[in-house]
Design a protein around this ligand. Structure first.
Ligand code: F6R
Length: 608
């Protein structure tokens, strides 16, 4: 959510900044802007996508070897040019780009205005430029920034440029990630390391409460309490897989289509078919603690939370461990009862979701073992948890999660087997059955993708629908929730996900001819019960789209059937979710919406 990039060195800054912004555009596309040191601070901003900014920039020739840039996902203030970053102080002495939220910005703004400052945007961020301006009267550089930040409540990843200090950028972090890339006589700053790894692999990850002055010559670090942090330059060894559409019309489609390969990547080296074992090196160091735990709490947001709900069934069935799944955004507002025998598992594609990070921090404060299931290597969740497993799904650019969700389910399956074996609660035979069935999943997904026309035909018939119910039972209930989320996100059809059993407790009142239901009804252990629910829908005139492994058993009840291959009940979510992703994608296309840039959304929600 929002992307920051900065450069100071000997090269022309502008192309580096624009390239960095482009790599991070999926983090927000409400507006974008740059500010360069080119005989003073020169700022160019534009509302909307980065291509609008690029067009503005093409009309002028800007030099300068240092600068900052930002792509915005609006929190405070409408997405127009006046609210675009960078923001300046009254005198044009200070330029800032900011990720996060200044929670007390109203009070600060009132005080600043009373003291004669004129603020020109509706954003919370702009107060930072003015607070620093005030502090410049009595101090300079990092000290002025530190004093300004002392007045701020909230979160920030902040980069500051001073007109009078042309070859230095100043940075500060509290709850919003920032990394400094170390080059030869040059430094980069980014909110997302992957935006600078094309330039350098030597980085300093800032931690909360740290500030730095970054110049051509070097980096000077300081804590908010003025102590000096001890930090190492770390070498990033992971590859930045280039996020390209591979000839597909959208990232979302490309990411749906590559899911057979994603499962192979998520399981590579992690299945030992000879020893019938799941091998998870990332959990090895905490294996003794994992033997002792008596409960797992899974935390996540959105799709990651729904993956956690599937994980609950998996862990309980395969590892015999009690599991609770919590929305990370609510977790810490309760008084979660956590003991040293609780493991808290954070699921997050980006590893930067603010609520998920806070949930993990709360768990750490209570001395729980913290685990991460994260896609982005080196992200905050990955760094802050005691141990974890990466998805290895490759970069997910589509704002709506597809392949990351699927790889979360895959890794949760492996984790359940790993824990079941570690704790001797899973038989070798059962582990073998699940691993063998998992091995078949990529081919089975391929089969579903080949039959994509099943979904297109349904979209043709239902493209004008305004409401839709998604229903599932047991392992399929979380897939119903996830399917509804996908549908709302990209096609703007109002969709509700319910477990079948809950339907009679309220939602069935909605059903009539114009309110279709998608029922996930593979022939599993709860099939008969799910089919009864379909009878109930039919009796009320509701049209049904069935997603099943056996069309014969349900075709008399529904208008449309999507057939998927059969696998073990615990793995069936890996297959049933695929046509649901396609349904959401194709519905967006049929309704003329851009599924890669759904309105009001951004990838990686770094504010609470
Ligand atoms: C939905 C979607 C979001 C994310 C959620 C958590 O398609 O993408 O609901 O799943 O914002 O994001 P991460 O996994 O990055 O923590």
């Amino acid at each position: 959510m929002c992307g920051i990039i900065g450069y100071v060195g000997k090269k022309r800054a502008l192309p580096i900044l624009v390239e960095g912004l482009t790599a991070m555009e999926y983090r927000g596309y409400d507006s974008a802007g740059v500010c360069l040191q080119d005989s003073g601070l020169v700022r160019v901003r534009a509302s909307g996508k980065i291509e609008n900014l690029r067009e503005r920039l093409s009309q002028q020739s800007l030099g300068g070897t240092s600068g900052i840039a930002h792509t915005r996902w609006a929190t405070h203030g409408i997405p127009d040019e006046a609210n675009a970053h960078p923001h300046l102080d009254c005198e044009g002495q200070v330029a800032i780009v900011h990720n996060g939220i200044v929670e007390n910005y109203r009070e600060l703004r009132e005080e600043l205005e009373a003291a004669g400052h004129t603020l020109t945007s509706q954003t919370d961020s702009e107060v930072l430029a003015h607070l620093i301006e005030t502090e410049l009267q009595t101090s300079s550089g990092l000290t002025a920034i530190r004093r300004a930040l002392k007045q701020v409540r909230g979160t920030y990843g902040l980069v500051v440029m001073f007109k009078d200090v042309p070859q230095t950028l100043f940075v500060a972090r509290m709850g919003s990630p920032l990394v400094i890339g170390v080059g030869r006589q040059e430094h980069y700053i980014a909110s997302d390391p992957s935006a600078i790894l094309v330039h350098t692999r030597d980085v300093i990850f800032l931690d909360d409460g740290e500030l730095a002055a970054v110049s051509v010559e070097g980096v000077t670090l300081m804590n908010l309490d003025q102590s000096v942090p001890k930090k190492q330059v770390e070498r990033v060894t992971w590859e930045v897989a280039t996020a390209k559409k591979n000839g597909e019309a959208h990232f979302m489609l490309k990411e749906i289509l590559e899911q057979p390969e994603v499962i192979e990547n998520s399981t590579r080296g992690r299945i030992d078919m000879i020893g019938t074992r799941a091998v998870l090196g990332g959990l090895r160091d905490v294996s003794d603690s994992l033997k002792e735990i008596d409960r797992i709490i899974i935390v996540g947001c959105g799709s990651a939370y729904y993956a956690g709900l599937v994980g609950e069934y998996l862990f309980e069935e395969l590892a015999g461990i009690p599991v609770e799944v919590e929305l990370a955004s609510e977790f810490r507002y309760r008084k979660p009862i956590i003991s040293t025998r609780t493991a808290v598992l954070a699921i997050s594609q980006s590893g930067e979701t603010a609520d998920t990070l806070e949930a993990i921090r709360e768990a750490k404060r209570k001395h729980a073992l913290t685990l991460g299931l994260v896609n982005v290597v080196g992200s905050s969740v990955a760094r802050e948890t005691d141990a974890g497993v990466y998805n290895h799904a490759g970069p997910e650019v589509g704002v709506a999660s597809t392949k990351a969700f699927l790889s979360q389910l895959t890794v949760l399956t492996l984790m359940s087997i790993y824990l079941g074996q570690l704790r001797r609660s899973l038989s070798q035979q059962k582990a073998g059955e699940v691993l063998a069935a998992l091995y078949e999943i990529p081919n089975q997904i391929q089969e579903i993708l080949r039959e994509r026309s099943q979904v297109s035909a349904i979209v043709d018939r239902h493209r004008n629908m305004t409401n839709c119910l998604f229903l599932g039972r047991k392992y399929q209930a979380p897939i119903a929730y996830e399917s509804a989320l996908k549908m709302k996100e990209v096609s703007y059809v109002h969709a509700e996900g319910y477990s079948c059993g809950e339907m009679k407790h309220g939602p069935i009142a909605l059903i009539d001819k114009s309110f279709p239901s998608v029922v996930l009804c593979p022939e599993d252990s709860v099939f008969e019960k799910t089919r009864s629910n379909m009878e109930e829908l039919q009796a009320r005139g509701g049209s049904i789209i069935a997603v099943t492994t056996n069309a014969q058993l349900v075709s008399h009840l529904c208008e449309d059937v999507i057939v998927i291959p059969e696998t073990l009940e615990c793995l069936q979510p890996l297959l049933s979710v695929i046509p649901m992703q396609l349904l959401a994608y194709e519905m967006a296309i049929a309704r003329n919406f851009d599924p890669d840039r759904p309105r009001n959304l951004a990838k990686s929600v770094t504010v609470e």
